[in-house]
Ligand binder design. Sequence first.
Ligand SMILES: [Fe+2]
Length: 314
Amino acid sequence: MSNKRRTFLKNTGLGLLAVSLVRPKTKSINDSSNKTKIDQSACEMTTTDYFGEGPFYSDNPPEISEYIQGSESSKGNPLVISGRVLNLECSEYIPNTIIDVWHANHQGQYDNTGFNFRGFTRTNDQGFYLFKTIVPGKYLNGTDFRPSHIHFKVKPPNFPQLTTQLYFEGDDKIPGDAAASIDSGTFDATNRIIPLNMNSTGVMEGQFDIVIDGNGISVGTQEIHLNTGMIYSASPNPFQNSLTIKYGVFKKSKVGIKIYNVEGIEIAELEDRIMSAEKYEATWNPSKYLQPGYYFISISINNVQVHYVKVLKE
Ligand SMILES: [Fe+2]
């Protein structure tokens, strides 16, 4: 679909149709004809890691069950990593992308005989993925410890895979690491060093959105860069009976606030109407039978999802 056609659909209120279309691959990151549409500062391709897959990959890992990576009896600080897989322009999210992850245990050891802390998950219908694990320990690489890291192989349907590594802000081993310290060029690790925040249950949480060559479902061009609206907070998090969502609309537009479960199934719609530029608050009082677990709250502007946050139901 051309960008003109896409704009037309959005402007005539038929954007919902555009959102449901899968666009054939027609351009690449080198296609200068599309560059005016890209906010390069906000949408950057996820880079490969200088160390590639490293020496400890095992073929044919199992599928991660119940979003839990590694055995539940494992020691270590609980960690949840989640994010979204997007195409190179951040204009489409990519469902059914295989996210194959492996990492060391809390003592910095890999399981090289079994599959503890090795497994794959998939992005859901909304392009989201999530897995629960522990903060990996550090291991010696020569005479120096490598920073804590998680290895990823990201496999979007019908496109080449990306092999990379994820690091964590504040890790004192990053500056001395040959891969994690690279801050420009092909192996630039800057956007793969993410902050971790501890939630009120003591679980560390991090968000890693992955930008990769692939085909997905339109989220629109530019709007994902938060210039039309965003969610400021969803609290308390974790929540039990009630969740308050604070968000902003920056231009008069059709606004949707929806809640998806971890499988990408829409389970609630809190707003769906024309709203003027303002700050708003919505309250969600889900059924008492709502399953504990993670949920994604998304805001859409003119039928284009522009922002999301993740919350935990206890
Ligand atoms: Fe490693």
